[in-house]
Ligand binder design. Structure first.
Ligand code: DOR
Ligand code: ZN
Length: 337
């Protein structure tokens, strides 16, 4: 039977939420991943050291006995030098949201040029910047329109490490290759689906996320970069659980919940393309090198034996529907050490 053992898988972009939802979803990632970058878009956002410490404690309490490191990200705002200096060793980087671009981003940045002094300080202090790169333009063009801002930042702050979060376009893959200080995360869903899967037939709210899935040629460019373990590209699930009532309704929240099935589905994808050997770098090695991380040691064995994705994950009064709900996947996690 085909199998692969992954050392210390990392999810470089994860939403764990808070309270009861956190209790439900934290163990689902902590079980199979050695660490994850935790997004700060709570209400209110995680934008000071006290709330960062408190949130990290709640995550650690919720993750259970699993070997798992939450790498905390802070929500971008007009920080002072003293605030950055105090926070630096407690976080992996700062996440910038354009105001109103996505879930809980109202407190985000209204004009990028107004906050350049913060970028300058981050560059000098070697604090990585993570960016939700979308404009407020036409939904299919939002990422493409934001690429000029990435390029501007990459040139103006050549020592600032910039992660283009959850890229969805072939143009973003191209841009990533052109600047030493630009790297990117890509989700599972954007390697698999296009806009057709979301809205081409019957509407599928569980595949609706921001940025929206794009065209087949975009998916192909992302997939080829991931399968090649492009050294600038990291896995970041952007697993974003919302309660069923916020997904199956008019005014569906953006977010695809993939955390519990990410590893077997990625193994399937890489195996289907004969690239299983590159999964280790895509899902851990690249992130370790790009962020200088030494994750907890964790060996996760996956085998080509079927596993069943539940129709929903329930507990703590929550009900969340995962991607591939109710389907059988050809690969399973069989051992965790
Ligand atoms: O689909 C998304 N959901 N995209 C984001 O950027 C945020 C996330 C969320 O927090 O639900
Ligand atoms: Zn996200």
């Amino acid at each position: 039977m085909k199998e692969i053992t992954i050392q210390s898988p990392l999810d470089m972009h994860l939403h764990l939420r808070d309270e009861e939802m956190l209790k439900l979803v934290a163990p689902l990632t902590a079980e199979t991943f050695a660490g994850a970058v935790i997004m700060p878009n709570l209400v209110p956002p995680v934008d000071n050291l006290d709330s960062l410490h408190a949130y990290k404690e709640r995550i650690t309490a919720a993750q259970g006995e699993h070997k798992f490191t939450p790498y905390m990200a802070m929500f971008f705002r007009d920080y002072t030098e003293a605030e950055l200096a105090a926070a630096k060793e407690h976080m992996i980087g700062i996440k910038l949201y354009p105001a109103g671009a996505t879930t809980n981003s109202e407190a985000g940045v209204k004009a990028i040029d107004a906050v350049e002094p913060v970028f300058k300080m981050m560059e000098e202090m070697e604090i990585p910047l993570m960016v939700h790169g979308e404009t407020h333009g036409f939904v299919m063009d939002r990422e493409k329109e934001f690429l000029a801002s990435y390029e501007y930042l990459a040139k103006k702050f050549p020592k600032l490490q910039i992660t283009m979060e959850h890229i969805t376009t072939a143009d973003a893959v191209d841009l990533m290759g052109r600047y030493e200080n630009l790297r990117a995360t890509v989700t599972l869903q954007h390697l698999i689906i296009t806009l057709d899967d979301v809205a081409g037939g019957l509407l599928n709210p569980h595949l609706f996320c921001k940025p929206i899935a794009k065209r087949p040629e975009d998916r192909e460019a992302l997939l080829q970069a991931a399968l090649a373990a492009n050294p600038s590209l990291m896995f970041g699930s952007d697993s974003a659980p919302h309660p069923l009532s916020k997904k199956e309704c008019c005014g569906c929240a953006a977010g695809v919940f993939t955390a519990p099935l990410a590893l077997p589905r990625l193994a399937q994808l890489f195996d289907d393309h004969g690239k299983l050997d590159n999964l280790q770098n895509f899902i851990s090695g690249n992130a370790q090198r790009l962020y200088g991380l030494t994750p907890l040691e964790k060996k996760v064995t996956l085998k080509k034996t079927p596993s069943q994705v539940p129709a929903a994950y329930e507990g703590f009064g929550q009900h969340v529907v995962p991607m591939h709900a109710g389907e059988e996947l050809p690969w399973s996690v069989t051992e965790i050490n």
